[in-house]
Design a protein around this ligand. Structure first.
Ligand code: PEP
Ligand code: MG
Length: 551
């Protein structure tokens, strides 16, 4: 019997197409099973340890030593005799699963009470192992096997970072839009993601063949062969296109009229560092350090920062790495902060939290060209506070001074740009937030699109920043998505931008485009754009006047 296809439409927030069995990441674990033989508890722990060992070996074979070590710690914990003993005893309770969950939690809490920071840090690993064990005992299978499409009510950026690897083929989310951070990560790693899909999709049993077609904005369960063929053909075309774009890696980073440009990439994980540098990015222009912590229930400790940063810095070697301080703003405010909080003000109000992140970055970044970047700056005084804290941290660690730069992504920062240039060693324009604020849009608003940065009001703000930076001799980069969009990139070049930091998956295409842009022609179009009225008018102007043929 052939299964009947179910079809849903949604927002295509990260391009591409994929077909693979579905796997729901956030299915609640049913805790009301019958009695559980303590033998099975032991087997479940052993199976989780074996899974994690295999994952560590796979990651190590990919050359990601630091990430492999982190995964391997989970395997050691799953084999911890004390933890196993506590769980075995709990299995005799009725019902057993909640008791096993409580035993694991008690063990995690015990670790958290220890004075040693590294041991306290293991509590999170214990909880993760416990979750996997409970999933196995509840017959959830303990995770996807082989290629899969991730399905969740709200796919989080951390899900993609944790699960992102050869087996994750695509993702489907009920909530979220193009500007949400999961979408940014998905675009970064080149993973098709369709968001805003009907909640019915959550009811699919794991293992249902699922087509994610982010070109058509469609998700199809049990897809008919014709749909699979169409999606496969699209993926093949995309693959060929990527191969052609990749052909210019290693060619000089100069525009058509011979002006040098700098091409960096944005990351939140070591996977992205490896892909980005492999694509020929010269360094890392933005590490989104907050993404692993958006669900945190406390300020990340120094050990937690180290755990997140170590694989990234290890992968980056001696390159430039611009570590942005925690940016708990908008859709990234974790539950321990009040909704709508200003992340930077909170961070500056918690000097221990700021110091913890700075020490982790400065210590682990000794071999790299490390830079510290401050998000959502509204006032140069904030830069002075961070610089003072960075000097204290460097003094404690015996490291040298590092450049401390400011993101320019608030209208207030642009208004006070001269003073900001004096307080910052470098600037990086966050066109995503700057556009949202200038046009009064929420970051999760489905109307938000990268090309809205082409709005004359936004272009004028960007132009003002570039001009002030040039006058002050302060280097300026654009790290928002406008730095790689076909419409906005020529306008940025026209405004005088010569350095961009772009999503990993956009590095090759951005190089291709920049090498074909003429700065004089871009300047003329930019000037004319400033006289236009809407982003659409400007987009039309760019399309008519700037032609870059891409594969
Ligand atoms: C931006 O706002 O342009 C930016 C790069 O920061 P994020 O997207 O992480 O908020
Ligand atoms: Mg921002």
């Amino acid at each position: 019997m052939t299964a009947v296809a179910h079809r849903w439409t949604g927002l295509a927030v990260a391009p591409g197409a994929a077909v693979a069995p579905s796997w729901r990441a956030d299915r609640p674990v049913p805790l009301d099973t019958g009695p559980i033989d303590p033998e099975r508890v032991e087997q479940a722990f052993a199976a989780v340890a074996a899974d994690l060992d295999r994952a560590a070996d796979r990651v190590r074979a990919e050359g990601r030593q630091a990430a492999a070590d982190i995964v391997a710690v989970g395997a050691l914990i799953a084999a911890d005799p004390d933890l196993l003993d506590a769980a075995r005893q709990a299995a005799t309770a009725d019902p057993p699963l909640p008791a096993i969950g409580d035993a694991v939690e008690a063990y995690a809490v015990l670790l958290e009470s220890l004075p040693d920071e590294m041991l306290r840090q293991r509590a999170a690993d214990v909880r993760q192992v416990g979750r996997r064990v409970l999933e196995r005992l509840a017959a959830r299978g303990g995770g996807p096997a082989g290629k899969f499409v991730l399905v969740a009510e709200e796919v989080g950026p951390a899900d993609l970072i944790e699960l992102g690897g050869a087996d994750l083929a695509g993702a489907v989310s009920v909530r979220g839009g193009a500007n949400a951070h999961a979408a940014i990560v998905a675009r970064s790693i080149g993973l098709p993601l369709v968001a805003g899909v009907d909640p019915d999709v959550l009811e699919l049993p794991d293992g249902t063949p699922l087509l994610v077609d982010a070109e058509a904005g469609e998700v199809v369960a049990d897809p008919p062969p014709a749909d699979v063929a169409r999606a496969s053909a699209a993926s093949e075309r995309d693959r060929e296109r990527r191969v052609r774009l990749a052909g210019e890696r290693g060619l000089p980073h100069v525009t058509a009229d011979g002006r040098p440009f700098t091409l960096f990439c944005n990351v939140a994980s070591d996977v992205e560092v490896r892909l980005g540098l492999g694509n020929g990015a010269e360094g890392i222009g933005l590490v989104r350090t907050e993404l692993p912590f958006t669900q945190a229930d406390h300020w990340p400790t120094e050990a937690e920062h180290r755990r997140a940063l170590a694989p990234i810095l290890a992968e980056a070697g001696r390159r430039t790495v611009t570590v942005r301080l925690l940016d708990f703003a908008h859709d990234k405010v974790p539950p321990f902060l009040p909704p709508g909080a200003s992340g930077l003000a909170e961070l500056l109000g918690h000097p221990a939290a700021l110091g913890a992140q700075l020490r982790a970055a400065l210590d682990l970044g000794r071999d790299a060209e490390l830079e510290i970047m401050v998000p959502m700056v509204t006032d140069p005084g904030q830069m002075r506070a961070v610089r003072a804290a960075a000097e204290v941290a460097a003094g404690e660690l015996g490291t040298g001074p590092v450049p401390v730069g400011s993101m320019v992504e608030t209208v207030a920062a642009v208004t006070g740009i001269d003073a900001l240039c004096a307080a910052a060693d470098f600037l990086s324009i966050g066109s995503n937030d700057l556009t949202a604020e200038a046009l009064d849009l929420d970051r999760t608003d489905p109307r938000g699109r990268t090309e809205l940065a082409a709005h004359p009001a936004v272009l004028a703000l960007i132009g003002r920043v570039v001009e002030a930076a040039a006058k002050a001799g302060t280097p300026v980069t654009v790290c928002g998505d406008a730095g790689s969009h076909p419409i906005t990139l020529p306008l940025l070049v026209g405004a005088g931008v010569r350095a961009v930091s772009v999503a990993v998956a956009r590095v090759d295409e951005t190089r291709w485009r920049l090498r074909r842009l003429d700065t004089g022609a871009c300047r003329a179009v930019y000037r004319e754009a400033l006289e236009s009225r809407t982003a659409e008018e400007v987009a039309d102007l760019v399309s008519r006047r700037i032609e870059v043929v891409v594969p």
